[in-house]
Design a protein around this ligand. Structure first.
Ligand code: ATP
Length: 231
């Protein structure tokens, strides 16, 4: 479904990603793992069309989406939940979802009631400003905003960062339902167990390169891989 070949991302003189290739099959899930600065965010931002100067090829289904702008990529069915969530803090929950609906254009949006049944916490807080939500509720809203565009592939950049175990459990179980409904996942994580709850295959990155690819459980169980690439 998604095929990334020979990706390279450069910021001025800093080469953040080089020669990275990976694939996600239909109804599949892949985790990109690695420590701070490994190049994980740069990879997924390139896929989502946020880094137009990235080199390499990105195909999604039968389409070559290399270099396509982010707004078009959303309409082709890829949605990104960014690391910093990037919500409009003075929009209510309801207004945030309405604004996301406007981005759908020719795709039919997922309705608010469907979103609220997935995240009942947001239904209770539908008239609250995004800025007044807890970190976990903001993460639910960022995921919901992406889901509104009815993606075939949902990209989650470090969803676990800063969240408590309890709320993280709620978010993970909703994402598992989304996965069961047929949405593919590309998950950027530093937390191996969170990644393993959402994907069974992983790509490990270190200093901009893909250094290992295989089942996440194998990476978790290998002292060698953990010592080499994780703290
Ligand atoms: P983290 O987990 O800390 O987000 P990451 O694995 O997602 O790290 P990236 O954010 O992709 O890694 O960063 C990879 C490299 O590119 C780092 O050396 C980083 O400092 C650099 N970098 C990222 N964004 C920029 C930018 N806008 N300008 C310059 N350098 C950047």
């Amino acid at each position: 479904m998604l095929k990334v070949a020979n990706l390279r991302v450069q910021y001025g003189r800093i080469v953040a990603v080089r020669r990275v290739s990976f694939e996600i099959p239909p109804n599949g899930a892949l985790a990109i793992l690695g420590t701070n600065g490994a190049g994980k965010t740069s990879c997924v931002e390139a896929v989502a069309g946020l880094l137009p100067k990235a080199e390499g090829t990105v195909t999604f289904g039968a389409r070559d989406i290399t270099g396509a702008p982010a707004n078009l990529i959303v309409r082709h069915g890829i949605a990104l939940v960014p690391q910093l969530r990037e919500l409009f803090l003075d929009f209510t929950v309801e207004e945030t979802l309405l604004a996301a609906t406007a981005a759908c254009r020719d795709r039919s949006a997922v309705g608010r009631e469907e979103i609220y049944s997935l995240f009942p916490r947001l239904a209770e807080r539908r008239r609250s400003l995004a800025g007044n939500l807890s970190g976990g509720e903001q993460q639910m809203l960022a995921i919901s905003r992406a889901l509104t565009t009815r993606p075939a592939l949902l990209i989650l950049d470090e969803l676990s960062a800063g969240l408590s175990q309890g709320i993280l459990g709620l978010v993970i179980s909703s994402l598992q339902k989304i996965r069961e409904a047929g949405v593919s996942l590309l998950v950027v994580e530093q937390n191996l167990e969170i990644a393993a709850a959402l994907a069974s295959e992983c790509l490990v990155m270190s200093v901009g390169e893909a250094v290992w690819q295989g089942p996440i459980r194998e990476a978790i169980d290998s002292d060698e891989i953990r010592k080499a690439f994780f703290r």
